[in-house]
Design a protein around this ligand. Structure first.
Ligand SMILES: *Cc1c(COP(=O)(O)O)cnc(C)c1O
Length: 379
């Protein structure tokens, strides 16, 4: 079905084609060429990161992060169940056990008190997921990790150009992973990046990313030939992808402002419905600066959520819900046991609705979304 108001629409800055054709003219299309370097440098400087490596996806960046931990069978990584599958898959592929913890009912982010309770002598890492581009309580999570000597790997897939205490999300933990998937704020179709904030991890991350070879050290002239030195895989995007991405990264502020405008409009116009108790609007805590990645509302019950979803879809508006909580999915139950109980996650995921938001969402179309919500709920 085609919708009058799509859920998402890729936004082009106008520079992408020019850079892609430059990359073609450069004649070298494999990874880590000039455009890859420019993207990494831009991210490193702008967000104050020690080292950024481009990857084919955020999924791949999370995989590298988990391989760096050298998990032994049975070792655990704490993460929310209310997240995309890639967060948990990375743990499983690296041989570890995902331990799902409940989230805070207002931010929908990891609840540090529950993380503290979940730490055992097998815990190796905490993976905060910054839902909607709003930061987890990194102050509390980093303190917990320090006191138990755990690694912090931020799933910052949704959180590029969002901040906690004025520090960029993805750059606060030891490692952080960004996504440049089409549905994210800054995109190259499929793409990602790994931020390495602990310099002891840089060299090995480069090896894992280069098929387990020391090719990066060879290219820097540190060794005179390169060879197989560790486990690894192929985690480099091509220059074509990096060139497109560079066209996007030059417009981080413009894109964020355009999204902010949509976000504020929803917030303002739906406020009266919240005051009547008909829905709950998203909350950005004081210490956080959002990148307005998504706009979600919580309905009082699943029945009301499903009715609104159906109504909007029938009016040509592509609203969607997510996530099926990982702990209740078939793989999640198999891996972490069927006895896991996460009441907040169960509740919010059954009542959540995401509204269309993208930089050039036409004001008339957004008004249409708003008036359909008002007309159905405000009877
Ligand atoms: C989008 C997303 C991912 C996966 O990103 P890809 O670049 O598609 O691999 C992982 N985690 C979260 C929380 C996401 O939103």
């Amino acid at each position: 079905m085609s919708y009058t108001v799509p859920f998402n629409r890729p936004y082009l800055t106008g520079h992408e084609l020019e850079y892609v054709s430059q990359a073609i003219q450069n004649g070298d299309l494999s990874g880590d060429g000039p455009f890859s370097r420019r993207c990494c440098q831009l991210l490193e400087e702008r967000f104050d990161v020690g080292k950024v490596l481009l990857t084919p996806s955020c999924t791949a960046a999370l995989e590298i992060a988990m391989l760096l931990l050298d998990l032994k069978p049975g070792e655990e990584v704490i993460l929310p169940s209310f997240t995309f599958v890639s967060s948990a898959n990375a743990v499983v592929l690296a041989g570890g056990k995902p331990v799902f913890v409940d989230v805070d009912p207002t931010t929908l982010n990891l609840d540090p008190a529950l993380v503290a309770q979940a730490i055992t002598d097998k815990t190796r890492a905490i993976m905060p997921v910054h839902y909607a581009g709003v930061g987890c309580d990194m102050h509390a999570l980093v303190a917990l990790a320090e006191s138990h000597q755990l690694t912090v790997v931020e799933d910052a897939a949704q959180a590029l150009n969002a901040f906690f205490d004025e520090r960029a999300l993805g750059t606060i933990g030891h490692l952080g992973a960004y996504s440049f998937h089409q549905t994210k704020n800054f995109s190259c179709g499929e793409g990602g990046a790994l931020c390495i904030n602990d310099e002891r991890l840089i060299e090995r991350a480069e090896i894992i990313r280069e098929k387990g070879t020391n090719r990066s050290q060879f290219l820097k002239g540190h060794v005179d030939k390169y060879t197989w030195v560790d486990r690894g895989s192929s985690y480099l995007p091509s220059e074509l992808v990096a060139a497109f991405l560079y066209g996007q990264l030059g417009s981080v502020d413009v894109i964020t402002e355009m999204r902010q405008r949509c976000y504020q409009t929803y917030l303002q116009e739906l406020k009266p419905l919240e005051e009547k108790g008909l829905l709950q609007l998203p909350v950005v805590p004081e210490r956080c600066r959002s990148n307005y990645h998504l706009f979600h509302i919580l309905l009082p019950t699943q029945t009301e959520r499903d009715a609104l979803l159906k109504h909007l879809n029938s009016q040509g508006i592509h609203a969607v819900f997510h996530y099926i909580p990982l702990h209740s999915s078939p793989a999640g139950r198999r891996l972490s046991g069927s006895e896991v109980e996460l009441p907040v996650t169960d509740s919010i995921s059954s009542r959540l609705l995401r509204l269309p938001i993208y930089p050039d969402l036409e004001p008339e179309l957004q008004q249409q979304v708003i008036s359909e919500i008002v007309s159905l709920l405000n009877v």
